[in-house]
Design a protein around this ligand. Structure first.
Ligand code: CP
Ligand code: NVA
Length: 305
């Protein structure tokens, strides 16, 4: 059966364990020898484009990049017809899209003939979550994701697509997750990537940043203004001002606590230079593991093609 990777929630525990395992395999193999992967980006990207094109190349394949200016998803042509076209040329399409439901439309239109990988949608950022798990496992558990059970991780700020995939992945590994966010920016149930209904590590939602981070092993934050929300910038800066990750806030976490951020960082908004550039910051290991994560996901998909 064709495999897709559009949320963490849709992948079973054994499948996720396999992805983590495959991510850490040797760099160069011929999993994708001579095969193309379509990379579709409806929004800007640095890390995701770099890690996906590098990983495809490391596995012996080649990637073709399509920006929205070129292909006009649902403007120049319907998402279904774009999917049908790509499926004639590629077995795998990795896409960063505005509206998550496009994955389902393309999946139906292509009758599961092309594997889909979510490179960030309004709902989820699952390849980022794989990289985040690998980063935490490297730091706290000698690389073994099973060793993360019992860890405490706090997310502070706007509870985003990144937050949802992260929280689903961590809870399923037995990690206690806390999310500190003001009203209107907190996790809500019912999305396709829903950390609230996951069983595993405890989940605590709080409207206090200090409450969220007290005693935790890791603090995570993401942009206050995600792509597509630029018109709300002034309001978001006001609403989220008490949720900035500062050295003072990090002082409430465990003394050995680490700092995570998916990047790009908005220095002075959700995080200060002092914290982002501190020895506690694992952000560059997260970037490194974006490529590991892509190798894991691509190898896992190819196990079934
Ligand atoms: N973290 C992340 O997805 O970065 P880019 O938006 O630069 O790809
Ligand atoms: N929440 C951010 C993540 C960027 C990697 C966004 O959606 O823009």
């Amino acid at each position: 059966m064709t495999r897709h990777f559009t949320t963490i929630a849709e992948v079973s525990d054994p499948e996720l364990a396999r992805i983590y395992q495959l991510a850490l395999g040797p760099f160069d193999d011929q999993t994708l020898a001579g095969q193309g992967v379509a990379l579709v980006f409806e929004r800007p990207s640095l890390r995701t484009r770099a890690s996906s094109s590098s990983a495809v190349s490391e596995l012996g394949g080649f990637s073709t990049f399509f920006s929205d200016e070129e292909i006009g998803l649902d403007t120049r042509e319907s998402a279904e017809d774009i999917g049908r076209t790509l499926a004639q040329m590629y077995a795998i399409c990795a896409a960063r899209i505005r509206h998550h439901e496009v994955f389902e439309r393309v999946r139906v239109a292509t009758q599961d003939h092309m594997s889909l990988i979510n490179l960030l949608s309004d709902v989820a950022h699952p390849t980022q979550a794989v990289a985040d798990v690998l980063t935490l496992a490297e730091h706290f558990a000698g690389g073994d994701v099973r060793g993360l059970a019992g860890l405490k991780v706090a997310y502070v700020g706007d509870a985003t697509n990144v937050t949802r995939s992260l929280a689903v992945a961590l809870r399923r590994l037995g990690v206690e997750v806390r999310v500190g966010a003001p009203a209107g920016y907190q996790l809500t149930p019912g999305t396709l990537e829903d950390p609230i209904t996951v069983s595993g590590g405890a989940l605590r939602l709080t409207d206090s940043a200090v409450d969220a981070v007290t005693g935790v092993d890791a603090v995570y934050t993401d942009a206050w203004v995600s792509m597509g929300f630029e018109e709300e910038t002034a309001r978001r800066r006001r609403d989220l001002a008490d949720f900035r990750v500062t050295a003072e806030l990090m002082g409430h976490a465990a003394p050995s606590a680490v700092l995570l951020h998916c990047l790009p960082a908005h220095r002075g908004d959700e995080i200060t230079d002092e914290v982002l550039d501190s020895p506690a910051s694992l952000v560059w290991r997260q970037v490194f593991h974006r490529r590991s994560a892509m190798r894991g996901v691509l190898r896992w998909i190819k196990e079934e093609i």
